[in-house]
Design a protein around this ligand. Structure first.
Ligand SMILES: *Cc1c(COP(=O)(O)O)cnc(C)c1O
Length: 401
């Protein structure tokens, strides 16, 4: 097969889709300040509000005004955690209550939680099972107000994991948390456009989205806030976004986000079927060609586009670089963790052990992935793994017991 470029890193970011690109080019002309009262300003504002409705529709939010535009997923997550800090600082609200999150969150949640811990909040990182699903018994125990750390202020659990793709039972997590009087946040950056999201059905108080994981531009995201849930600005200034997020409206990003959300919702079923079938072709093809391959994540409750595999006896970074030479772009764990020699915190939390965690590769497929792309990987990957295993001092058989 001739050399191809096969991008299989859609969980790190996605290329702009052509419809969104065309809309952005047209949107470049929408220069007016969307807070201005003149006609150009009102027209810009109308575009912003239409985009807000599209984003609300993607997550099943009835009220478009429950959507606040931000600069991305990281900012949305930070805003929620900062709100907990601001609220607990108010002496009228009593002592700092417990923050519960999971051990497999994105670094922007883990580090926001750690920041609260440094400010005196009790913070609990719940474990997951070997398939990456939250330990609900442990959640129940931690939600007990008599447990160490006392009553809970916030539960923050990601809807879908970026490294292994495992999906959480958000409805059940919300049910348990609400029964204990806690607020619930979910980082749904990876879930959006890949699995159905219904904030009304789930009952979450906060939900995070990022546009660049949805075939739209970078630097734009959203935070859903249920009516009545506390929310404080991370960025103070003008009255934009009901005072929750100051700064002149990012017309261009918002316009792009609106269309990306609209298309993602319209194509969700088709996406799941097509990308899911390609992921299965890749999984089955690799398993048929190579011995001792371990699939990370959940066999059913998983993102349709994410395949995380461990190849004991071969090292993840070496696999990544060898694939890169063949034009195949993948990731070891998360993009944010790469560059460090630490094994993925997500894989370690699933209990696979450092050897499997070090030998893991994330294939994340997307809209533009084709059967020919998958077949190219099926041709190039097996000899790479075999060569690396042969070079390795580790015995893959011994490593697997
Ligand atoms: C990419 C990602 C983020 C960060 O979003 P940005 O818009 O890049 O800040 C947060 N959470 C998850 C799960 C992600 O995959």
């Amino acid at each position: 097969m001739d050399k191809r470029f096969v991008y299989l890193d859609y969980n790190a970011t996605t290329p702009l889709r052509s419809e969104v690109k065309a809309r952005l080019i047209e949107g470049l002309e929408v220069y007016a300040n969307a807070s201005s009262m003149h006609e150009a300003g009102r027209r810009a504002r109308d575009r912003v509000e239409r985009a807000r409705a599209s984003v609300a529709a993607l997550i099943g939010a009835r009220d478009p005004l429950s959507i606040y535009f931000t600069s991305g997923g990281s900012e949305s997550n930070n805003t929620v955690f900062q709100t907990m800090y601001e609220n607990a600082r108010d002496p009228g609200r009593g002592p700092r209550r417990k923050i519960i999150t999971s051990a497999i969150e994105h670094p922007c949640v883990l580090n926001s939680a750690a920041h609260l811990r440094d400010s005196g909040f009790p913070v609990v990182y719940l474990g997951v099972d070997s398939e990456g699903r939250l330990d609900l018994e442990a959640l129940k125990a931690e939600l007990d107000p008599e447990s160490p750390g006392g009553p809970t202020l916030l539960v923050s659990v990601m809807a879908a994991n970026n490294e292994i793709g495992s999906l959480q039972d958000m409805k059940e997590i919300v049910r348990l948390s609400k029964a204990a009087g806690a607020l619930v946040h979910t980082d749904a950056v990876q879930a959006a456009g890949k699995v159905p999201i219904d904030v009304e059905d789930w009952g979450v108080d906060y939900l995070t989205l990022s546009c660049h994981k949805l075939y739209g531009p970078k630097g734009i995201g959203a935070l859903y806030v249920r009516k009545g849930a506390p929310i404080q600005p991370l960025i103070r200034g003008g009255h934009q976004e009901l005072g929750v997020r100051a700064g002149t409206y990012n017309n261009l990003g918002i316009i792009g986000f609106g269309l990306a959300a609209e298309l993602a919702l319209a194509e969700l079923g088709e996406y799941q079927a097509r990308v899911g079938a390609l992921r299965e072709r890749l999984r089955a093809g690799i398993m048929a060609r190579l011995p001792l391959v371990h699939v990370n994540g959940h066999p059913v409750h998983n993102l349709p586009n994410t395949l995380n595999l461990s190849f004991p006896g071969a090292e993840g970074e070496a696999i990544l670089l060898s694939l890169d030479l063949e034009g195949i772009e993948v990731s070891t764990g998360s993009a944010c963790a790469s560059g460090s020699l630490e094994p993925s915190h997500v894989l370690m939390a699933t209990g696979v052990g450092p050897e499997l965690a070090h030998g893991s590769i994330r294939f994340s497929l997307g809209r533009d992935t084709s059967e020919a792309d998958i077949d190219y990987v099926l041709e190039k990957l097996p000899p790479i793994i075999t060569r690396l295993r042969r070079m390795s001092t580790l015995n893959p058989v011994a490593a697997c017991v």
